[in-house]
Ligand binder design. Structure first.
Ligand code: FNR
Length: 209
């Protein structure tokens, strides 16, 4: 019997659109998780627009507090974000901004947290510029950005069917290898001793483990 708890990843879509390609990609990531990993999808849909007066008067909204706790407790965060005007959507940034309040709580939620960024776009560049735009945000929050893989789904209109399922087997494989890479990274950070032993068992020299 394996009593090791799974690597837990919180997944957030940067789109609240019903037929969102990015939410569909996030669902595909959740169902492609390797053994020993689990991805729980959370939402930014009920997070209000940030307003400092509201925060001063009423504190942190319940939806924000819950999501902060979920991220703090998870081993990693996967953000699947659209690209708007060659950057991230304001809706998604608003969610992350709320999650960074109050500043004294940033370390609990984000510090050293492994973060992977992915995205889907109907255009030809698969959210490349959005993904780049997110980098300074998570760097500022002290998160540990994973750069070991890229998941840029372009021409999303022909990749997903009407139910949001991925039609193209190559894209399915990209999703699978992306989440496998991220989970392996998170796992190695969480359990460096296990990773070292696994490396020894595979006969890898120390530098490659
Ligand atoms: C877009 N879209 C878009 N796509 C892209 O690849 N680069 C871009 O710069 C933009 N800019 C942009 C601005 C605004 C205001 C909107 C509404 C849309 C198109 C975008 O990728 C498309 O609407 C996706 O379907 C949005 O993601 P979801 O909602 O399908 O996940």
């Amino acid at each position: 019997m394996n009593s090791v708890p799974p690597i837990s990843i919180i997944g957030i879509s940067g789109s609240t659109r019903r037929g969102s390609f990015n939410s569909a990609l996030l669902r595909a990531a959740a169902s492609s998780m390797p053994q020993g990993g689990e991805l729980r999808i959370e939402s930014i849909a009920s997070i209000p627009l940030y307003n400092g007066d509201e925060e001063a008067a009423r504190g942190i909204p319940e939806a924000v507090a819950r999501l902060k706790d979920a991220i703090a407790e998870a081993d990693g965060l996967l953000l699947v974000s659209p690209e708007y005007n060659n950057s991230f959507p304001g809706v998604a940034k608003n969610g992350i901004d709320w999650l960074s309040r109050p500043p004294a709580d940033i370390a609990r939620v984000f510090s050293g947290k492994p973060v992977a960024i992915a995205g889907a776009s109907p255009g030809g560049f698969g959210t490349l510029l959005s993904q780049n735009a997110w980098l300074p945000v998570f760097k500022t929050l002290g998160a540990e950005l994973w750069s070991g893989g890229r998941l840029l789904v372009s021409r999303a209109g022909s990749v997903f069917d009407a139910n949001g399922e991925i039609q193209d087997p190559r894209v399915r494989e990209n999703v699978r290898s992306f989440v496998a890479g991220f989970v392996a990274y998170v796992s190695a950070r969480k359990r460096p001793v296990d990773a070292r032993i696994a490396g020894e068992q595979r006969g890898l020299p120390p530098a490659r483990r």
